[in-house]
Design a protein around this ligand. Structure first.
Ligand code: DGY
Length: 322
């Protein structure tokens, strides 16, 4: 019997590709180009499954042009590149990679918070530029992290990981806002107190965004929200581009309306709002919150296991719509 044909839309670990090749006829994009929608559609012809990353959009047009498609496995926990209702209507299983990246992404959220609060990259640029001539009492003085108030917007698994790091590791007071309140057990474990978004913005010393992207969460932080934050506060976005209005953020940073920001995800990435590139008080990283070899391998393997599970056992491991 011939093997089912699948598309692996971006480069992944060779060993994961090998595990797929045992079960499937695999067309893979080892050149790792980001295909246009037309090219993705062309490559998808005849494929019954696909492994994608957040860069490939699975929408109604692609589904209509590929009625043979049965499952698309995203190598990401976020899935705003999927039109899940359209996939469900077309009978296509959607899956993502929850859990395997939680702790690594929370680590990075904390790294970005520390780098932002303590002005790590700004001071490094200063040093590399040969501008360091003497020690001064207030040179690159930043914001305290230990004992400060940490405000987390989006209290899913990653948000909870950041809360635990803040509360248990740094003695921070943790407040959070989420669509629904955590159970009393989880609140106690994370030492986190539920507050309104307004109270969080007004009182937090450091605001971390970990909310999934949707039409409702678009521009969760815009000019009005930035105006509510303390002038000494910092903002970290490891969620998705589009959660923050990047233009409004650049303005707020330039005007010192807030002290600093750490941003890993951007509206329209890999493009970055040009005004963000002009302000010194922002740490900018290229969407790397889950980027350790171990975690990226686990994400790739879970995405592969979703395809393998679906075709060999009739059930994806971590489906979104079944
Ligand atoms: C995710 O998993 O959603 C990340 O953003 C991709 O690394």
């Amino acid at each position: 019997m011939s093997k089912p044909s699948i598309l692996v839309a971006r480069a992944i670990f060779p060993e994961v590709l090998q595990s797929l090749a045992q079960v499937f006829e695999v067309e893979s994009n080892q050149a790792d180009e980001v295909w246009s929608a037309a090219e993705l559609n062309r490559r998808m012809q005849g494929k019954v499954g696909a492994l994608t990353t957040g860069s490939e959009r699975i929408d109604a047009a692609l589904l209509q042009a590929n009625p043979q498609l049965r499952i698309v496995a995203n190598m990401a926990v976020g899935f705003n590149n999927f039109d899940v209702p359209a996939m469900t209507a077309a009978g296509v299983v959607a899956s993502n990679t929850p859990d395997v990246l939680t702790e690594t992404t929370a680590d990075f959220g904390f790294a970005l918070l520390m780098a932002t609060a303590r002005r790590v990259t700004e001071s490094e640029h200063f040093l590399r530029a040969g501008l360091w001539t003497k020690w001064s009492y207030d040179m690159f003085a930043g914001a305290e992290v230990h004992g400060a108030t940490l405000g987390i917007i989006g209290m899913g698994r990653i948000g909870q990981g950041i809360a635990r790091r803040g509360a248990h590791g740094f003695g921070m007071k943790v407040i959070y806002h989420n669509r629904s309140r955590l159970s009393a057990e989880l609140e106690a474990e994370c030492k986190a107190t539920y507050v309104s978004k307004e109270e969080l913005l007004k009182t937090a010393d450091h605001v971390v965004l970990v909310v999934p992207y949707s039409a409702e969460s678009h521009h969760t932080i815009g000019a009005a929200e930035l105006a509510q934050m303390k002038p000494s506060a910092t903002l970290v976005n490891i969620a998705r581009g589009g959660i923050v209005d990047d233009g409004a953020l650049a303005q707020a940073l330039a005007a010192k309306q807030i002290a600093a920001a750490g941003i890993d995800v951007f509206e329209g990435e890999p493009s970055v709002h040009p005004d963000l590139l002009k302000v010194p008080n922002v740490v900018l990283t290229p969407h790397i919150a889950s980027a350790t070899i171990q975690t990226r391998r686990a994400m790739a393997q879970l995405a592969a296991d979703n395809l393998i599970g679906f075709f060999t056992q009739g059930q994806a491991v971590t489906p979104l719509n079944t």
